[in-house]
Design a protein around this ligand. Structure first.
Ligand SMILES: [Fe+2]
Ligand SMILES: [Fe+2]
Length: 201
């Protein structure tokens, strides 16, 4: 199962809200890869293609996806909380709940990482661990389905309306710096590399 990433060029750091949505597409993509492997192989031996795909997806969620959480919790949400726009005040509890989702998802991902690494090292996964892995992945899929829809369809568009251009610019710069990228260089595009400093995540 080939892993293809970034078939469409991502937005640059000068479009932080678009870039955050691009990151959602990667979360969905790598989660689908994990689910596909768990359901197709069911703990059996992995061929090189499945092994590579499993490693890539685990690496993504361990190393790159946390940047996205930081983008939201440290850059976007705090600026929205500073807004006195009534539309933002109306979704404050929802933003708090989105952060709660991040904590819950982190716990699920930690167990997925543990089980996935076990599978890679041992070459197989026993039935109870396969069930545990699939249950975690299904729970994550349900959480992300709702969570990402709320962010893409409501929170990000609202942020685009209530945050100033300078605030959005600052968010984009922080996103770049978080990834070790100089924001004053031309906007890097996220095309092919996984977990590469030039990728958004
Ligand atoms: Fe989020
Ligand atoms: Fe998000």
């Amino acid at each position: 199962m080939p892993v293809t990433i970034g078939q469409t060029p991502d937005a640059g750091f000068d479009q932080p809200l678009k870039l955050l949505s691009d990151c959602h597409r990667r979360i969905e993509k790598f989660l689908n890869i994990l689910i596909h492997i768990a359901e197709e192989r069911r703990g059996d031996a992995l061929d090189s293609e499945h092994r590579d795909a499993l490693e890539a997806a685990l690496r993504y969620f361990k190393n790159a996806a946390p940047w996205h959480t930081r983008d939201e919790e440290d850059s976007l949400f705090p600026r929205m909380r500073q807004s006195d726009d009534p539309r933002v005040r109306a979704v404050m509890k929802q933003i708090d709940a989105l952060e709660d989702d991040h904590v819950a998802a982190d716990a699920q991902h930690a167990r997925v990482e543990e089980l996935g690494r076990c599978w890679l090292v041992a070459g197989r996964l026993d039935t109870s661990d396969v069930t545990a892995l699939r249950n975690r992945l299904v729970a994550l899929r349900e959480t992300y389905r709702r969570h990402i829809a709320e962010e893409d369809d409501m929170i990000f568009p609202l942020a685009g309306e209530v945050l100033s251009g300078s605030q959005l610019n600052r968010i984009g710069r922080e996103m770049a710096q978080r990834r070790g990228i100089d924001p004053d260089r031309p906007s890097p595009r996220c095309r092919h590399a996984q977990n590469h400093p030039g990728r958004a995540n």
